[in-house]
Design a binder for this molecule. Structure first.
Ligand code: 5GP
Length: 202
């Protein structure tokens, strides 16, 4: 069996990543999603264990000490981390997995998983990003400013990624991500079994 592929997806807060991912998983239900452990408060509408496991700072620090995280970062005052075991299991079981992390987390994963493919979700403009952040109404003004500042830093690091998908029109952006995934699956490195199978029978 071929191993699964890791896809890293990043994009600033307000880039529309979450909506994009919901649509991606509707279109590709066979994809796995890496559930992060985080220490920020749960927002209205969020469900424990769906996208995040909401844990205490102490529990998070214990995960760091016990080397249970593939990567982690402190973002706007809270810890966010990717548990290692579920990612390893998905890949070993042959499933492709999406890991949504910030730019620092993405850099850490690239260091450890050399064949991970990374995709940066770009807002169509900085003004549109601000409009979306203010429009969703989940953060106070001061937090929005912090997220805008962080977004600027993240956009400046978009050149570290293999692909950039502009999230202007949602359907187009989802199709762009599906195209990246398909093209990666067609790469010969991911089809070594097929070569062996065909050669075995000749
Ligand atoms: P939010 O608080 O808006 O849900 O997420 C804030 C930022 O944290 C986003 O850029 C998101 O991509 C990132 N993030 C989510 N999960 C993780 C994670 O496990 N590790 C890291 N490093 N960043 C994460």
């Amino acid at each position: 069996m071929n191993k699964g592929q890791v896809f890293i997806i990043s994009g600033p807060s307000g880039s529309g990543k979450d909506t994009l991912l919901v649509e991606l998983f509707k279109a590709c239900p066979e994809l796995k999603f890496s559930i992060s452990s985080i220490t920020r408060d749960m927002r209205e509408g969020e469900v424990e264990g769906a996208k995040y496991n909401f844990i205490s700072q102490d529990a998070f620090k214990k995960m760091i000490v016990e080397n249970e995280l593939l990567e982690y970062n402190c973002y706007v005052g809270n810890y966010y981390g990717t548990p290692k075991a579920p990612v390893e299991k998905a890949v070993n079981d042959g499933f492709d997995i999406i890991i949504e992390v910030d730019v620092n987390g993405a850099a850490q994963i690239r260091e450890k998983l050399k064949n991970a493919i990374s995709i940066f979700i770009m807002p169509p403009s900085f003004a549109e990003l601000e409009r979306r952040l203010v429009g969703r109404g989940t953060e106070a003004k001061e937090l929005i400013e912090k997220r805008m500042k962080s977004a600027l830093g993240e956009i400046k690091r978009a050149n570290e990624y293999d692909y950039i998908v502009v999230n202007g029109e949602i359907d187009t952006a989802v199709q762009d991500i599906i195209s990246i995934i398909r093209s990666c699956k067609l790469n010969f490195k991911n089809q070594k079994n097929i070569i062996d199978e065909v050669l075995e029978k000749c």
